[in-house]
Design a protein around this ligand. Structure first.
Ligand code: LLP
Length: 400
């Protein structure tokens, strides 16, 4: 159990806390689910890119799914081997492609024909053969929030089946491209297994057709997206997830690459904030805290639910909005939560904050970003310092 009060006294608030034992448990449960086949769990760094989190995952054998050269460098610094790193993303700069090729990572996921042209040209200039995979958009409704749904033809991601076929044929003839994989990712926070099953069936059929015409696909990259419990969602069990994929891969000798982000870190993270004061308007009760939308954006951006709890034993509870000090009406961490009457400096725990929490934070309103703490085997340690005011102005001050 994590002693939130002690951590707040020791490190102050707002604070991100990650339970490394839980991260390990989550990673290993997924690894186990996929063990019947050759597989690489390439953790999606975008969910939480703290170097210590990555180092922990590296020690467990994780790979990395990266969407920028910065993320690739983080992965390498943390000790994730280059042959387990994949590079995804709909818009890669020339310099990023060049560096990724020089660093010799496992493969680059391509999202358009124009991007394939760029990769081919850059590989040629380096006299290298670029290992590539093409992100196929299977046009499947993943039944999740529209902002995090990616596998529909109206989304900007990937290419349709017909275009993918043409791209593979062309890549196979190129002296500078080596098509080694196929990729899809239909969305995030998926709680329904059917769309995943259907997408993997469509992409597996395409893989078979490609192999039959001599294109040597070795990696079947199923993206990420496994949902977690924020409130009372019925989630997909890792074993069922893996089996749903495997059921479509009969007779194919492929390494399955899986890119989970949220599943690994989401429920292993907590955001801790302190109560400043309470305020009542004619028809609302507000608890004003020292954490805000710049620290945890998900409630404001997606109206995402995060469970909140006041660390106070009090039976009498009433509805309240938990809001931050930022000058926006959209600055809230919870709406209509049943919470006890709070006092100055009471601690509020915001649950399921390990994924897309700190990484989406900003300095809006000149607010320093929170510190990050790891708890492992009952011991706590800092893994990122709280930003200081000086940190915030460092890149501007010299121009005064
Ligand atoms: N692979 C690709 C290609 C992705 O685009 C993503 C997430 C993942 C893997 C990891 O997905 P996960 O397993 O974490 O669901 N900020 C949003 C989530 C954006 C997800 C973007 N892509 C949120 O806070 O819900």
């Amino acid at each position: 159990m994590v002693d939130f009060k002690k951590l707040c006294e020791k490190y102050d608030t707002p604070l991100y806390v990650y339970d490394f034992n839980k991260i390990e448990e989550n990673f290993l449960s997924l690894k186990k689910a996929f063990k019947a086949r050759k597989s690489i769990i390439s953790y999606a760094i975008k969910a939480n890119s703290n170097l210590s989190v990555l180092k922990k995952l590296a020690s467990l054998g994780s790979g990395a799914d990266c969407v920028s050269i910065g993320e690739i460098k983080r992965a390498l610094i943390a000790g994730i081997p280059k042959y387990k790193i994949v590079f995804s993303g709909v818009g890669k700069r020339d310099e990023e492609i060049r560096e990724a090729l020089e660093l010799d990572i496992l493969f680059i996921n391509l999202e358009s024909e124009a991007e394939m042209d760029r990769v081919e040209e850059i590989a040629k200039s380096l006299d290298k053969k670029a290992r590539i995979s093409i992100r196929v958009n299977p046009d499947i409704d993943p039944k999740t929030h529209p902002y995090i749904s990616t596998g529909l033809s109206e989304n900007k991601f990937g290419v349709d089946i017909e275009s993918a076929k043409k791209m593979y044929l062309r890549a196979n003839k190129s002296s500078y491209l080596e098509p080694v994989g196929i990729h899809f990712h239909i969305g995030s926070q998926l709680t329904d297994i059917e769309p995943i099953k259907e997408a993997s069936r469509i992409v597996a059929d395409l893989t078979r057709a490609l192999i039959n015409i001599g294109i040597e696909i070795k990696f079947f990259d199923i993206g990420g997206g496994l949902g977690i419990v924020y409130k009372d969602e019925k989630t997909i069990k890792p074993y069922d997830y893996a089996q749903a994929i495997f059921s479509n891969l009969k007779g194919l000798d492929l390494t399955v690459v899986c890119e989970p982000g949220r599943y690994i870190v989401g429920n292993a993270g907590y955001f801790l904030t302190k109560v400043l004061y309470e305020k009542r308007t004619k028809n609302k009760r507000f608890i004003i805290v020292d954490g805000a939308m710049n620290d945890l954006l998900r409630p404001s951006l997606y109206k995402a639910y995060h469970k909140v709890e006041v660390l106070r034993n009090d039976e009498a509870k009433s509805k309240a909005d938990v809001v931050g000090p930022v000058c926006e009406s959209g600055d809230f961490l919870a709406k209509d939560a049943f919470l006890p009457k709070t006092k100055h400096n009471d601690i509020i725990v915001v649950y399921s904050a390990g994924a897309y929490g700190f990484v989406m934070s900003s300095n809006y309103n000149t607010r320093p970003r929170a510190a990050e703490i790891a708890v492992e085997d009952g011991k706590d340690r800092v893994i990122r310092d709280r930003e200081s005011f000086e940190d915030l102005i460092a890149l501007e001050k010299k121009y005064l």
